[in-house]
Design a binder for this molecule. Structure first.
Ligand SMILES: NC(=O)C1=CN([C@@H]2O[C@H](COP(=O)(O)OP(=O)(O)OC[C@H]3O[C@@H](n4cnc5c(N)ncnc54)[C@H](OP(=O)(O)O)[C@@H]3O)[C@@H](O)[C@H]2O)C=CC1
Ligand SMILES: O=C(O)[C@@H]1CCC=N1
Length: 250
């Protein structure tokens, strides 16, 4: 997220990162390993540590936050009620679920806030998120683990698909390096085409398939007994359920 914000012109002098390792983050960005005595007025805090660390982090951070501090969390499986319990002072609290392509401005960010958050703060945070890619406000927090499974975890599932497509080609005798290049370029071109198309991906799949041809035979394998659909549904269910377990502290 920070990579993209800096690329879009955010002044690095306005950013402070707290990380225990103290490793540099980017030119001009201040990195600290301990909390300052106070935060400047108008600070937006973005939580990005592991979800299970919330209590430890709150012990040091919560006393620094005021009603005016804006709090944005990207912690998976962490409902807004947990954030408000650990960080009681801020009025404006937003849950954001980015995915890795936000670094290119081609990500997806699911967002949720509650009625306590001020409308102006919500608009400011929407403007902050906008350069990262597609932003989707969720009306129902109960869907947050589902959208985390779909778009937050989604890049990993797509990377796995690209790798599997490549290795399947290799298994059929295509040289490994060529299979890898062709699988990646096929996914990239197809995603770009689907993004620009006026018809759905399902229709595009049928358009590739010449009647009685090769593609239809392949699609029949993916479609038999809803094989691919069931596989992806099971994948999202497993990820969603892990989010629910994390929310229970497991
Ligand atoms: N990976 C992804 O695609 C996505 C991740 N998330 C969420 O992002 C968060 C981070 O995940 P991920 O990037 O995979 O994890 P990483 O381990 O890469 O990053 C965790 C970060 O937390 C810092 N940290 C560790 N302890 C503390 C502490 N006590 N106080 C403050 N900061 C601390 C670490 O600092 P240091 O570098 O110095 O060790 C590190 O920068 C998680 O909550 C996850 O749910 C959300 C959406 C997508
Ligand atoms: O794996 C995780 O828990 C986080 C949530 C979305 C992507 N990574």
């Amino acid at each position: 997220m920070l990579t993209r914000w800096l690329a879009c012109g955010l002044d690095p002098a306005r950013v402070t990162v707290l990380r225990p390792s103290g490793k540099p983050v980017a030119h001009g960005v201040t990195v600290v390993t301990a909390y300052p005595a106070a935060l400047p007025a108008g600070t937006t805090v973005l939580l990005g540590m592991k979800p299970y660390q919330i209590a430890d982090v709150a012990a040091g951070l919560a006393p620094l936050l005021t009603a005016e501090t804006r709090l944005v969390s990207i912690l998976a499986g962490t409902p807004i009620a947990d954030l408000r319990r650990h960080f009681p002072a801020p009025r404006d609290v937003v849950c954001a679920m980015p995915n890795l392509p936000v670094g290119l401005g081609e990500g997806v960010v699911a967002l949720y806030t509650d009625a306590a958050t001020d409308a102006a703060a919500k608009a400011d945070i929407a403007a902050l998120i906008a350069p990262l890619g597609l932003a989707e406000w969720m009306g129902d927090e109960a869907l947050f683990n589902q959208v985390t499974a779909l778009s937050g975890c989604g890049p990993a599932f797509l990377f796995r698909f690209i790798d599997a497509l490549s290795r399947a080609g290799e298994a059929l005798g295509i040289p490994a390096d060529q299979a890898a290049r062709m699988a990646l370029a096929t996914v990239q071109g197809s995603a770009n085409m689907a993004a620009r198309a006026s018809v759905s991906p399902a229709t595009l799949a049928d358009q590739v398939a010449s009647p009685g041809g090769m593609t239809r035979q392949g699609l029949n394998v993916l479609d038999a007994d809803n094989r691919l659909l069931d596989l992806l549904t099971d994948t999202l269910v497993a990820a969603r359920d892990r989010g629910a377990a994390m929310a229970r502290g497991e």
